[in-house]
Write a protein that binds this ligand. Structure first.
Ligand code: EPU
Length: 292
């Protein structure tokens, strides 16, 4: 803890991470820190960098599987007001990295701003969604980005244009940079019309995915020209389980962690799915979720 001496932000030690993630499994983090602004975050990043300690931002915990041993490093939460602001000016909307995606979507409807409807029903925060270019069949968050402001491990701040972020399918090249804020360029439309599309996309998701179960959304990326869900379903894996983790009957690319499940159950099931799909179709499934 010496390396945090004199650090002024909120620090909690040995924090169970399971309740902070959608899977609801996994062990504790050694430190969970909530900096009260960019200067404190820079201070924290410099200290962690100097110690060689890994630092990871936990957004909505929607796409992360925490291992049963937990995280032996620093978990950062961007829940301070400094990171959760939304500002609107004309057709531009600027959102902090810690803004909840549902709050962002609601604000877009309220303001009558179109372009981010593809985020309907996707849990998480703006920072997490940017890092992995969240989206689905209706589009990706990167489509309407003007710039992304990030902090690098040494605490330096950079503003990156969209084409400097290396966006691809469920991918960016932001690496260990922390997303501070994002500016979107959206289209002005009557709020009612924006709301109709949000409702339509949300209904599609609700019909096709087990949104109320403990899961982290799609577990595997779709292989080029294929659907991971269809491959897993086609391999007859729906309902297959390891311990208390099972392949959803509703959408085969979702793993549901039933009460009492461990991260190890989920990981064993992940390996089993990969193995069976590889043997049946010769396709290697790649994880979409992050394992901590
Ligand atoms: N399918 C099956 N069986 C299943 C699931 C799907 O046969 O159990 C078939 C469907 O019938 C459809 C095809 O596979 O023909 C694709 O399914 P779907 O429309 O559900 O889309 P997806 O490719 O599985 C992607 C994103 C989702 C996003 C949806 C909707 C990935 C890995 N997944 O799913 O994102 O919600 O589109 O926009 O890109 C996530 O990223 O966590 C996530 C859930």
């Amino acid at each position: 803890m010496d390396w945090l001496n004199g650090f002024d932000g909120r620090i909690e030690n040995d924090v169970p991470l399971a309740p902070l993630t959608w899977f609801g499994v996994g062990g504790p983090a050694k430190h969970v820190v909530s900096p009260r602004g960019e200067a404190q975050l820079a201070d924290l990043m410099r200290r962690a960098d100097a110690m060689g300690l890994p630092l990871a931002v936990l957004g909505g915990g929607a796409n992360v599987l925490v291992s049963d041993d937990g995280v032996n490093g620093v978990v950062v939460r961007l829940d301070d007001d400094a990171f959760t602001r939304i500002d609107v000016a004309g057709e531009y909307l600027t959102a902090g990295g810690g803004v909840d995606l549902m709050t962002l979507c609601n604000r877009c409807v309220w303001e009558g701003m179109a372009g981010l409807e593809c985020l309907a029903g996707i849990p998480g925060t703006v920072g997490g969604a940017i890092r992995m270019n969240a989206g689905g069949r209706f589009g990706e968050i990167s489509n309407c980005i003007e710039w992304v402001r990030v902090m690098r491990p040494g605490g330096t701040i950079e503003t990156l244009r969209r084409d400097q972020c290396g966006f691809g399918y469920r991918h960016s090249r932001l690496g260990s940079a922390v997303v501070l804020a994002v500016r979107f360029r959206l289209q002005r439309e009557p709020p009612d019309e924006v709301a109709v599309r949000y409702r339509e996309y949300w209904t599609y998701k609700k019909r096709s995915q087990p949104l109320s179960a403990c899961s982290a959304g799609c577990v595997f990326k779709n292989p080029p020209g294929e659907s991971a869900g269809r491959l897993i379903d086609g391999a007859g894996l729906k309902g297959t389980h390891r311990g208390r983790a099972r392949v959803s009957e509703h959408h085969a690319n979702f793993i549901v962690a039933d009460s009492g499940a461990t991260a190890s159950d989920v990981l064993q099931l992940v390996e089993h799915i990969r193995d069976v799909v590889w043997k049946k179709s010769g396709i290697k499934l790649e994880l979409e979720i992050e394992v901590w």
